[in-house]
Design a binder for this molecule. Structure first.
Ligand SMILES: N[C@@H](CCC(=O)N[C@@H](CS)C(=O)NCC(=O)O)C(=O)O
Length: 205
């Protein structure tokens, strides 16, 4: 299977980490977003939305990171994506929340404080930062509460849900995400961070 990815991107990281965790060999193809490679005609044929990651398994082409994670984890039985219908629904709940709400709170902080600096796009916009910070607190409070008496998000075991939600904390440090008051999120992320799959997908540079 080929994974077209950009290693610095949290969405690519989710898919790559799942493959590493499950020991699934991937033929990695770098799509350099800084060079605009996601908009070449060849890549747009694979993903008309012009985004990474994309998985190609023979003739089958799949985009959207959550779908890719589920496809990878469906290659054989494993505890990241258990057979139970309720466990899967619960995982999907957190993956849906991550895409619809958590990512929307984290991404502007990442963009304003990290991406803009790397790409020399100017200073963070205080209004965007203020709005994202408010949204961050709203969503982080829910996540923190959920993790208060749990080790992982679903079923007390590491699942796709953890990789999805953790991906948005990739730039929590340089993005100065206001995590101070969320001790349960911090404790949970400290369990994800040492995993070989997370270590091996930590963006370098
Ligand atoms: N919902 C998509 C989002 C993918 C996405 O936004 N990828 C970003 C990198 S994190 C990208 O490729 N952006 C390139 C662009 O928008 O030009 C997914 O989960 O795969």
């Amino acid at each position: 299977m080929k994974l077209y990815y950009f290693p610095a991107s949290p969405n690519s990281r989710k898919a790559h980490a799942v493959a590493i965790h499950l020991d699934l060999p991937l033929d990695l193809r770098l799509i350099d977003l800084q060079k605009g490679e996601q908009r070449t005609p060849e890549f747009m044929q694979l993903n008309p939305t012009g985004r990474t990651p994309v998985l190609q398994d023979g003739e089958f082409v799949l985009w959207e990171s959550t779908a890719i994670m589920q496809y990878l984890a469906s290659q054989g039985p494993n505890s990241l994506w258990p057979e139970s219908v309720q466990s899967r629904a619960d995982i999907m709940r957190w993956q849906s929340w991550q895409q619809a709400h958590w990512q929307r709170a984290c991404q502007p902080l990442q963009f304003e404080r990290v991406v803009k600096q790397v790409l020399q796009l100017g200073d963070p916009d205080p209004q965007v930062v203020e709005q994202a910070t408010q949204q961050f607190h709203q969503e982080a409070a829910v996540l923190n509460q959920h993790l208060a008496e749990r080790t992982y998000l679903v079923d007390e075991t590491l699942t796709l849900a953890d990789f999805s939600v953790a991906s948005d904390l990739t730039y929590a440090g340089p993005g100065q995400f206001p995590l101070e008051r969320y001790s349960h999120i911090q404790a949970w992320y400290a369990r994800i961070e040492p995993l070989p799959a997370w270590q091996k997908t930590t963006p370098r540079g």
